[in-house]
Design a protein around this ligand. Structure first.
Ligand code: SF4
Length: 375
């Protein structure tokens, strides 16, 4: 860990975005161990903690951390709804790996007594229960850190398809995802090679393990996460911050397209000005505009969004311009020439129009007559 963590609390959004981009550039071609080792020592990453559920695959990151620096703080959220097997596994694993700074975090007693006195909240409002027992305790525990290490991976669904090693987590914290590029077979191979103990419930049909009331076994051929909140429209327990407000998010995150390809949104938690496609750009107060303006492109609409971007640039707007909505790969060059910096699309559109199509379009300057004139 860096000896003295940098204070990123008052870092402007543009500076945070630039710092994250630099970290991703620096570690772009590194493997998981190297990313983790670098992040734990890199002053630009700040003071980090590993957040672990001690679930089915957690042992991989816990082992990596124990090898690099066993004094790394590890946060374990005990929702008080966990399987007994998880609690036993947590203690045995921490001891076996020699982890020296395990911090067990729980919801405040007063909050539980008020909001879930009989422990049945999960039966009628799982979002509220996760908020009480996971999200808020984690947010409190993370206050002393500049960022946290997660075990999230790209293969875990379209919402994570563009996951980078480093990403923003609100305005003053980052997430580090060293295993972003790992496949399921990499996880299995790492466990085998290092003879790491499995969570005992994996052998009983639980490939993904959360709280006991919300986790059921998975049948052969089912999605590994099918047993989490089975039958409910919910697949994440975390929070998301929009315009400074904490909101729950269970829907997939959009994909951002830039000249460098797909990536996750690095602007989360920062102010955004959303403009509808029929906005008159001359009525927009640019003196009060935030660092990112997002222009909507509805399905089957004409190209008014391109005109809005062009006008905003002509009026001197220097912030980021993002085309948002039903923009297709064929329109990328036009969007860039109009003054947009990037495009935001839904995961299903990203799945139908993969990165390679957009990266080809990213060569937009070749068709830009102004660039050709400039030589
Ligand atoms: S997973 Fe279920 S029991 Fe656990 S915190 Fe969320 S709703 Fe509550």
């Amino acid at each position: 860990m860096p000896e003295a963590a940098l204070d990123f609390a008052d870092e402007p959004p543009e500076a945070q975005a630039a710092r994250i981009a630099e970290l991703n550039d620096r570690y772009r071609h590194h493997g998981a161990t190297s990313v983790l080792q670098g992040a734990l020592r890199d002053p630009q990453a700040g003071k980090l903690t590993l957040v672990s559920s001690f679930g089915a695959e957690s042992v991989v990151l816990l082992h990596l951390v124990s090898v690099i620096d066993r004094r790394t703080p590890v946060l374990f959220i005990d929702t008080q709804m966990l399987f007994t097997e998880t609690l036993v596994y947590q203690q045995e694993l921490a001891e076996r790996l020699g982890l020296e700074d395990i911090r067990i975090i729980r919801a405040a007693d007063a909050a539980v007594a008020k909001e879930d006195p009989d422990g049945t909240l999960h039966q009628f409002d799982t979002d509220a229960c996760c908020d009480l027992r996971k999200t808020r305790p984690l947010q409190t525990a993370l206050k002393g850190f500049d960022g946290w290490i997660t075990g999230r991976k790209r293969y875990q669904g379209t919402s994570r398809a563009a996951l980078d090693f480093f990403e923003a987590d609100g305005p003053d914290r980052i997430k580090v995802n060293p295993l972003a590029h790992w496949a399921p077979e990499d996880i299995r191979a790492y466990m085998d090679e290092n003879r790491l103990p499995r969570h005992p419930l994996v052998a009983k049909g639980y490939p993904s393990i959360g709280c006991a009331p919300c986790t059921s076994p998975v049948a052969p051929g089912e999605d590994p996460r099918a047993g989490r909140w089975r039958g409910q429209d919910k697949n994440e327990c975390g929070i998301h911050i929009v315009d400074g407000r904490v909101v729950r998010r269970s829907e997939p995150m959009n994909v951002i397209v830039t000249d460098a390809g797909f990536r996750q949104d690095d602007w989360q938690g920062n102010a955004v000005l959303d403009l509808a496609s029929d906005t008159d750009p001359n009525t927009v107060d640019l003196s009060a505009a935030p660092g990112l303006i997002r222009v909507d492109f509805p399905s089957f609409a004409d190209g008014r969004g391109f005109t809005i971007a062009r006008q905003l640039r002509l009026r001197g707007y220097k912030g980021r311009l993002r085309a948002h909505g039903h923009v297709i790969a064929d329109q990328y060059a036009m969007a860039r020439r109009s003054g947009f910096d990037e495009v935001e699309i839904a995961p299903d559109l990203a799945a139908r129009q993969p990165e390679a199509q957009w990266q080809f379009r990213a060569d937009w300057q070749r068709g830009d007559y102004q660039s050709r004139l400039r030589g």
